[in-house]
Structures are given as structure tokens and as C-alpha cells.
Design a protein around this ligand. Structure first.
Ligand code: S3P
Length: 164
């Protein structure tokens, strides 16, 4: 079982904070997006374009299940992993830290990043919709919520450690 699972929207800093957290806990870091890219031999954007979001979600669900069973350290999930009800059920009993940010912070951090297929057009509108659809799902699986707005990765890491 992972020491900590990190959830939260893309760009919130799950991988940066996850690596810092793993260092502080003296454990490894793993990211389900990286697992998917390694297993598929293509980028996440390519999977979205070639096969669509539903196919990506099916791959992601398997990757999350495997990583939850195998990994002992810090595990970061892709921002949309919590959309899947089976994944949410699997997270019960885990220590899950939700790294939160508001819409304006999200737009600022990810604004023009074309590598993120869900934000290709009108990022502010898409962020608003994403946050509205997902905020309660992050809250549902979280055992701790750490706001990240205006905070450095080191500060967020400390807050996550304090919340464990
Ligand atoms: C997604 C988040 C991404 C990646 C994919 C879809 C989402 O992960 O899994 O682009 O639906 O929010 P990060 O949160 O690691 O960027």
C-alpha cells in the first residue's frame, strides 16, 4: 500500500510535491501517468488523439489499480483518475492528500500548455467546468486537503507532511 496517494488537478504540482514528499519520507515516487506512457510507448496526448478519452480512462484505471497494489512510497494519480467510481472505491482506506488550487491559479499555471489535451481551447472555461465537475470527487476520496495557491512546493510538502 502506498505511504501517500496524491490527487488533484493537472498542474497543481503533484509530481514536484510528490518527489519532495518521497525524499522527506525516505521512500520512492511513482506517477500513474508515467506508468501509462512507459507501458503504451506513446504520450498521453497521443492516446487521447488516437483512441479517445474513454480508452485512456480504461488504461488509467488499470494503471491505478496496479500501482496501488505494488507501490509502497508516494503515488501521484493523473488529475482525472478520480472520475472512475471503482478507482474512488479502491482509494478507501488509503492516505490520500488532495492538492487543491482555485481556477485562476490553474489558468495561470497551465494556461498555454498544449501538451494537456483537456485544455486545448479556452482554458479558463474548461478549467471552471473541470473544477466544478471534479472538486467534490477529490474531496470525497481525500483524507487531507492541502491548498496550494500562492505556496511554494516546499511549503506544500510541509503542509502535506503535517496533515499525514
Ligand atoms: C488528466 C490529467 C493528466 C493526464 C491526462 C488527463 C485529467 O494528468 O492524466 O492528461 O483528466 O485531469 P496530470 O494531472 O498528472 O497532469
Amino acid at each position: 500500500m502506498p505511504a501517500v496517494v496524491l490527487v488533484g488537478p493537472m498542474g497543481v504540482g503533484k509530481s514536484t510535491v510528490g518527489r519532495l514528499l518521497a525524499e522527506r519520507l525516505g521512500t520512492g515516487y511513482r506517477d500513474t501517468d508515467d506508468d501509462i506512457v512507459a507501458a503504451e510507448g506513446r504520450t498521453i496526448a497521443e492516446i487521447f488523439v488516437d483512441n479517445g478519452e474513454d480508452a485512456f480512462r480504461a488504461i488509467e484505471k488499470g494503471a491505478v489499480r496496479t500501482a496501488l497494489a505494488e507501490h509502497e512510497g508516494v503515488l501521484a494519480l493523473g488529475g482525472g483518475a478520480i472520475l472512475d467510481p471503482d478507482t474512488r472505491a479502491l482509494l478507501a482506506g488509503h492516505r490520500v492528500v488532495y492538492l487543491a488550487m482555485d481556477v485562476e491559479e490553474a489558468v495561470k499555471r497551465t494556461g498555454l500548455n498544449a501538451a494537456r489535451p483537456l485544455l486545448a481551447v479556452n482554458p479558463r472555461k474548461q478549467w471552471r467546468e473541470l473544477m466544478e465537475a471534479r472538486r467534490h470527487l477529490y474531496e470525497e476520496v481525500a483524507t487531507a486537503v492541502v491548498p496550494t495557491d500562492g505556496r511554494t512546493p516546499e511549503e506544500v510538502t510541509q503542509q502535506a507532511l503535517d496533515a499525514l
